[in-house]
Design a protein. Sequence first.
Length: 313
Amino acid sequence: MEKISVIVPCYNEQDALPLFYEEMEKVRKNDFEDIQFEYIFVNDGSKDETLQEMKALREKDDKVRYISFSKNFGKEAAMFAGLEAATGDYVTLMDADLQDPPSLLKQMYDCIKNEGYDCVATRRVTRKGEPPIRSFFARLFYKIINKMSDVEMVDGARDYRLMTKQMVDAIISVKEYNRYSKGIFSFVGFNTKWLEYENIERVAGETKWSFWKLFKYAIEGITAFSTTPLIISSVIGLIFCFVAFILILVIIIKTLVYGDPTSGWPSMVCIMFFVSGIQLFSLGIIGQYLSKTYLEVKNRPIYIIKETEKDQK
């Protein structure tokens, strides 16, 4: 009998977990009568009663498994831990807040079984319920990264997808510490079909993604799958060297031919500040890549497990 592993990263999702489990059980009973399921909930250092909710679900259903981290390692680490623990023939990643509609799972499964795809992924065609400024920067990010990177990033793509075990094994083989899963999904290849749906608001709780966290995540994606920023900083440096050389010639000629002394300290100060800003910007780009390299070579574990369902008595 085939098995589907449902991986659910959780951070402070005590209110959403029971609702998610009920909805998934409805889908399983209605659409997957002849297929086994396992639920792998990953507690990413939650501060509320999320772990207790996982334990309660485990007590009443042995299909439920859970992994609890020693601290908050981030959603990327939680997804990776779930992928490593999955034993199903097919694996899906879902959020506990039901923004990833379980009702799509049957269609995703049928596409893999009947149409020969290795992965069926989802993308939002609307961002209803999001602040306009957040939606604007999200779309801008996808435009920028697709210009910079050879790996295609689909606008509105969710982590919600159903994959074959072969694709999951390929993803697990990419063990980099600084993870950007949306890029890794594209990097490993395999035939992927995209399903579109309108944005669904959270069923309970609040989003854990602030604007600053999303900004840092965007930087992570750019530095993980593109070296274009380094090229940009180099090109800017060359342009400024050329402009400076031209200006030096202009000043020398004006001084020798017209006797015009060099003057204008306010403009000189502005230029100095501007050029210094460009230098610091370029150093910042280089620093980002150096910091990622530094974290990789330390070879720290992506996550640390404190307990699992096997420890529950």
